[in-house]
Design a protein around this ligand. Structure first.
Ligand code: ZN
Length: 136
């Protein structure tokens, strides 16, 4: 599958990964080879779109081109099928500071959000970021 399909699906609230026909494990985002065994025998599948926050960090001083988005919090989420993906936590910064370390282990669902600019790739018209919304 094409990498762009992953982002298009995210905008529809779906997380597409790949299931390995050799070892049965899942790879996400899509790659040419299985993260676990290196096989190219991969089939695109829709994942649950749910997972758990494993770690996160908040950026208060953003790099050039992203300053209007700060503060923002980037997290690594372990999807229920196993792969870890990187995205942003969809909460105002005050909420994130209130939760603090309690965010680690929190269950989230994944969707995609489109940002209007891609500062370092001017020919790219949009940037889709995986977003993590707390469940419950
Ligand atoms: Zn495999």
């Amino acid at each position: 599958m094409r990498f762009v399909d992953f982002f298009n699906a995210l905008l529809e609230g779906k997380v597409i990964g790949q299931k390995c026909g050799d070892c049965g494990s899942y790879t996400c985002p899509p790659k040419a080879t299985c993260d676990n065994c290196g096989s190219r025998n991969l089939e695109a599948v829709e994942l649950s779109g749910k997972g758990v926050i494993r770690t996160f960090t908040t950026t208060y001083v953003a790099p050039s081109g992203y300053t209007n988005e700060a503060p923002y919090t980037v997290a690594m989420v372990e999807l229920d099928e196993g792969p870890w993906i990187v995205g942003r936590i969809d909460l105002p910064n005050e909420e994130i500071e209130k939760f603090g370390q309690d965010l680690i282990g929190a269950r989230v669902s994944v969707y995609g959000k489109e940002f209007p600019t891609e500062p370092f790739y001017p020919d790219k018209k949009r940037r889709v970021v995986p977003m993590f919304r707390l469940e419950g």
